[in-house]
Design a protein around this ligand. Structure first.
Ligand code: KG4
Ligand code: ZN
Length: 391
């Protein structure tokens, strides 16, 4: 919804609030994108111990921390609520119980301080974060890969996206987390505090991916969607076979964890690289990217994986794109990216609401115009590209 007759300042200070998943984040940015103050409470350790995110535990932890986190961000910035130009908060997509906490708090806050409210789409925020650090003009291609999402989209404007592909089942970070859990990596001395994806990346460094072989998903489907559940089943079957061979029970570390980690990471990287390669060819065939400096932006928690970055670099070098990634800290969920999205919307005058307008959260919310059928119909065959990454 766009309210045109509401007056607001386009310069000034933005408070961003994020609670869509398992991070309670807040940040204050000025109109240039300078971070004046931020605070982040991560629930990752709690969820690591319970073997995944339990929504009502996440909700409880957001409730316990939201007020302190927002207060800390404001205090560190030296900004009073009265000085803010607006408040931007994630309202979609995400876990209902988590979104509700951030939205409820924000609505109370904007009414209390009589501030405009800017509802934020979490994936739009991930896609735009790069523009805080690099002067990337629209349009650009973006690959977002995290524990909750995987999508390929063309960003044509602040709130103008073409969706080329998304996951048909689970997200790559979710797959890596589940494989890590099945391998009991939490018991590995080097991995006890790492997320599943981080643990797999670390162990893969000393593994030989050629010792185990997994099938790259969707080889016969010529679109840009992703699927990781089949790969996870294949990895699980291999783990069961190895446990039988080594005569050990589930829950005990296998001697070949490094090789399984390396092969899993490689197959995830190859799948992401192939779908992205097809998305680039689709964009080039349809004039969706500029001829000068066409760009692929990579973001989301899984984007910090250097092996996956290298696989995508092979694709961008082959197709003449440059690859840009926000700094690792800003690839994962935080209040900064939400505040930045608020600034981008404030500059364009898009989606700025008066404090008293009722806003609802949306657990499911696709990003942009769905082009997946057109991509599938184009059925682009890929030239063969070797994803060979020296360890
Ligand atoms: O963006 P994020 O912090 O949270 C959301 O899912 O929205 O991403 C977390 C995900 C987890 O699944 C984690 O295992 C994965 O990102 N991850 C990684 C790496 N670091 C975090 N996956 C692969 N390699 C990494 N280095
Ligand atoms: Zn996220």
């Amino acid at each position: 919804m766009m309210i045109r007759d509401y007056t607001y300042r386009v310069d000034g200070l933005l408070l961003g609030i994020e609670t869509s998943c398992d991070d309670t984040g807040a940040a204050v940015l000025d109109e240039t994108g300078a971070i004046l103050g931020e605070s982040l409470h991560s629930q990752k350790e709690v969820h690591l111990r319970t073997g995944g995110i339990i929504p009502n535990v996440a909700q409880h932890l957001h409730r316990e921390n939201i007020e302190r986190v927002v207060h800390e961000a404001l205090e560190r910035s030296g900004v009073e609520p009265s000085q803010l130009s607006a408040v931007a908060t994630t309202v979609k997509p995400g876990l209902a119980l988590s979104l509700g906490v951030g939205l409820g708090f924000s609505q109370w806050f904007v009414r209390q301080h009589k501030k405009p409210f800017i509802p934020i789409h979490h994936m739009e925020a991930h896609a735009l974060t790069v523009r805080m650090f690099h002067p990337v003009a629209f349009p650009f291609l973006v690959l977002l890969i995290s524990g909750g999402h995987s999508l390929l989209a063309v960003a044509r404007g602040v709130d103008d996206f073409l969706l080329l592909g998304h996951s048909l089942d689970e997200a790559p970070g979710e797959t890596l987390d589940k494989v890590a859990r099945r391998l009991s990596l939490i018991k590995h001395p080097q991995c006890s505090t790492l997320s599943g994806g981080q643990a797999i990346e670390l162990l893969a460094k000393d593994g030989d991916r050629m010792k185990v072989s997994f099938t790259t998903p969707m080889g016969q489907i010529y679109d840009c969607c992703f699927s990781f559940a089949g790969l996870r089943n294949e990895v699980t079957r291999t783990i069961m076979k190895k446990e039988a061979e080594e005569g050990i029970e589930q829950g005990t570390l296998l001697s070949c964890v490094n090789d399984i980690a390396a092969a899993t990471q490689h197959t995830v990287a190859a799948h992401l690289a192939k779908r992205t390669h097809r998305a680039i060819l689709f964009c080039q065939a349809n004039g969706l990217l500029p001829l000068s400096s066409p760009t692929l932006v990579l973001s989301g928690g899984v984007a910090s994986n250097t092996y996956i970055q290298k696989a995508l670099t092979i694709i961008t070098e082959t197709t003449g794109l440059r690859l840009l990634c926000p700094p690792a800290k800003f690839c994962t969920d935080n209040g900064v990216m939400i505040a930045w999205n608020g600034i981008e919307r404030l500059r364009e005058g898009i989606g700025i609401l008066p404090p008293n307008v009722g806003v609802f959260y949306e657990p499911k919310a696709p990003l942009g115009l769905d082009m997946t059928a057109a991509v599938k119909a184009a059925a682009i065959r890929l030239p063969s590209v070797r994803i060979k990454i020296p360890s």
